[in-house]
Design a protein around this ligand. Structure first.
Ligand code: C5J
Length: 228
């Protein structure tokens, strides 16, 4: 068991029942020419969360935690993409359109892949998800149940969309979720702050928030043999 300094209160968790979940750290969201940029967003806003995610991944790998990466995207024939999603708004490129990194948000295309700095190791799980939440229409729930996971350390992009949706889904399924604040990023700093504030409000209405320094310190204490 380790105690993680978190808000709205410290949380004691069994690291043997804990997974790191990194949400949608894909070129389509973080790089120019992808889905995020096509929506008119300033993708440079997401860069700050990459290095904390690298440190969290390194600590989790060393401690042998289960690591899950997710990717938002769709089948090439768009059969899993609701028209209400494809037709929405006025992006410069829509889902499925050809862009500089291949077809926007389509599985198998370069833009759909995870950024090189956070590339999954061969033994890590990659979940392809058609929606904003990582549980909807994916095998994630069964997989976590099979592995006996009870707690999730969640980072990724964007804080208020896919990170928030996934934590809400996980909370309803009984997982204790800690959003790792500096491992999350948004195109909108205010939405990032509010996305985290909503999670921990009202006594932790659907989770906890902690920074990567405190989470990594807890993981490393265990790796070094201490359980405090
Ligand atoms: C969005 C995501 N923002 N991964 N996806 O459309 O948050």
């Amino acid at each position: 068991m380790v105690l993680i300094a978190a808000e709205p209160g410290d949380l004691e968790i069994d690291l043997g029942k804990t997974a790191v979940v990194l949400i949608d750290m894909q070129r389509d969201f973080l790089e120019l020419g992808g889905f995020g940029a096509a929506l008119g967003n300033d993708v440079s806003q997401l860069a700050a969360c990459v290095e904390p995610c690298q440190r969290l991944l390194a600590a989790a790998r060393k401690a042998g935690l289960l690591i899950v990466h997710t990717r938002e995207g769709h089948l090439p024939d768009l059969s899993d993409a609701p028209p209400s999603k494809v037709e929405r708004g006025a992006p410069s490129l829509r889902i499925g359109d050809p862009g500089p990194m291949g077809r926007i948000l389509i599985r198998g295309e370069a833009g759909h892949d995870i950024i090189p700095d956070l590339y999954p190791a061969a033994d890590e799980i990659v979940i392809d998800k058609p929606g904003k939440g990582a549980f909807y229409n994916t095998p994630l729930g069964e997989l976590l149940k099979d592995k006996g996971i009870a707690n999730l350390l969640v980072g990724g992009v964007t804080t208020e969309v896919c990170v928030n949706t996934t934590i809400r889904e996980a909370n309803d399924r009984g997982y204790r979720c800690i959003a790792v604040s500096d491992c999350c990023g948004s195109y909108f700093p205010d939405f990032h702050d509010m996305g985290l504030a909503m999670i921990k409000a009202q006594g932790g209405i659907f989770g906890w928030v902690a920074n990567s320094g405190d989470v990594i310190a807890a993981i490393q204490n265990t790796t070094n043999g201490s359980t405090s």
